[in-house]
Design a protein around this ligand. Structure first.
Ligand code: SF4
Ligand code: SF4
Length: 401
């Protein structure tokens, strides 16, 4: 598969013009789309020993999997897919002790607790006091993504405070004893938790307003395994996805997802690894598209999440909904050219992620709109640099008839 993808490259370099990681890593070619494809091709053609693939860890793991490169490549090469396949080779050709300790910790804790930080109970706190309908045809599946955003910032701050040696040692300890992950409950940004819990409650209310009742699994809701897949643990992901599938399938309901990453995983990644996969998955924005909103004179800069519009090119519900009521301002990097917020690489390359998100924020800010809006928890957490950034559910709810 790696050979099939990488060997199509004609080395034109078009992909470099849209790859977010290239400029923000000082134009280091191995941190750009073409460089990743060339390295992938060398690997596939055995010009490099497979066991030496780990020396290219930075190149393949710094890729955001945004698929911006695929949109402009005349040969149809997906450098994101090349990076994903190379990460799988890295995992296959290394022992646990040689791999990134943070990645190992996240994978082990997820396998043990079905949550990447062992915080399953806290993930359900947003739902306290809400009514759920066991007989509904729909299951609301948050995938824990909004809830996790209150942990990523504090964890990264802690890692930069204590340095890579100490944080690596701590991650190794938790990787070997996942029950120790409970200490991560202390690394929680309360303001972000309140904001993200509020977004989930707002999504619930919007669905109710659209006449849709839902069932919810509460603290039994499993994390979908996004990190396990993104980090290249393909065999573990296949097994983990099977566990999640069985839990969701046992409800007998259609699955409503609320974020682009879970939507992408359940509609693209799960079917690839689970023969006979048959869940009906719906993004909540598709269910509330016809909700009645007032016409607003507010100017809004729309950041379209790459994992929604570049991985599922037929989908652009955020733009469809926003256009009905608001004055939309779009960056040159919109639609098929939208730019990643930098979030997907935040855990392993926080400095690179910070530079990319700052550049994207400045791009959106320069449009002069009153608000910046996005439809993804990761984009929100990364772009939230002033009081103008909103999550799409908040904006819709503020403008209902
Ligand atoms: S745009 Fe496609 S063909 Fe051109 S260098 Fe990039 S991957 Fe290769
Ligand atoms: S998927 Fe995104 S970050 Fe990765 S090579 Fe392509 S454009 Fe660059």
């Amino acid at each position: 598969m790696l050979e099939g993808e990488a060997s199509k490259c004609i080395s034109c370099g078009f992909c470099e013009s849209v790859c977010p990681t290239l400029p923000d890593s000082g134009y280091s070619l191995s941190r750009g789309a073409r460089g990743r494809v060339i390295l992938g091709r060398n690997l596939a053609e055995n010009e490099m020993e497979k066991t030496s693939v780990k020396s290219f860890y930075d190149s393949f793991y710094s890729c955001l999997d945004c698929f911006a490169c695929l949109q402009v490549c005349p040969a149809g090469v997906n450098a994101g897919k090349v990076s994903q396949l190379a990460r799988e080779l890295i995992v296959e050709n290394t022992s646990p002790g040689e791999r990134d300790p943070v990645a190992e910790m996240i994978v082990n804790v997820t396998e043990a607790t079905m949550n990447p930080l062992g915080q399953g109970k806290a993930m359900a706190s947003w739902s306290e006091g809400l009514d759920f309908d066991r007989d509904s045809e729909y299951l609301l599946y948050t995938g824990n993504m909004y809830q996790l955003m209150s942990y990523t910032g504090p964890l990264n701050s802690m890692r930069s405070r204590i340095g890579p040696t100490m944080s690596g040692a701590m991650a190794r300890l938790v990787a070997s004893r996942p029950s120790l992950s409970s200490f991560m409950s202390m690394q929680n940004d309360r303001r972000m938790a309140e904001r993200m819990n509020g977004v989930l409650r707002t999504i619930y209310s919007l669905l109710r307003k659209a006449g849709i009742s839902v069932w919810y699994l509460g603290d039994s809701e499993p994390y979908p395994g996004t990190f396990i897949n993104d980090l290249g643990y393909s065999e573990k992901f296949r097994k983990y996805a099977r566990r999640v599938y069985q839990i969701l399938k046992s409800t007998g309901k259609k699955i409503i997802v609320v974020d682009p990453h879970t939507y992408d995983l359940l509609t693209n990644a799960y079917p690839e690894v689970l023969p006979g996969y048959d869940l009906e998955v719906i993004h909540y924005l598709d269910l509330i598209k016809n909700i009645e909103m007032k016409k607003s004179s507010m100017n809004v800069a729309l950041h379209e999440p790459c994992h929604l519009v570049l991985r599922n090119p037929q989908k652009n519900a955020p733009r469809e909904i926003m256009e009905k009521s608001f004055m939309i301002h779009l960056s040159k990097r919109s639609g098929k050219r939208t730019m990643c917020c930098g979030g997907p690489t935040e855990l392993l390359f926080p400095d690179l992620s910070e530079k990319i998100s700052e550049r994207r924020f400045n791009d959106l800010r320069s449009l002069g709109a009153e608000r910046i809006v996005t439809a993804c928890p990761i984009c929100f957490a990364n772009l939230n640099r002033d009081g103008t950034v909103m999550e799409i559910a908040e904006l819709i709810a503020s403008n209902l008839m």
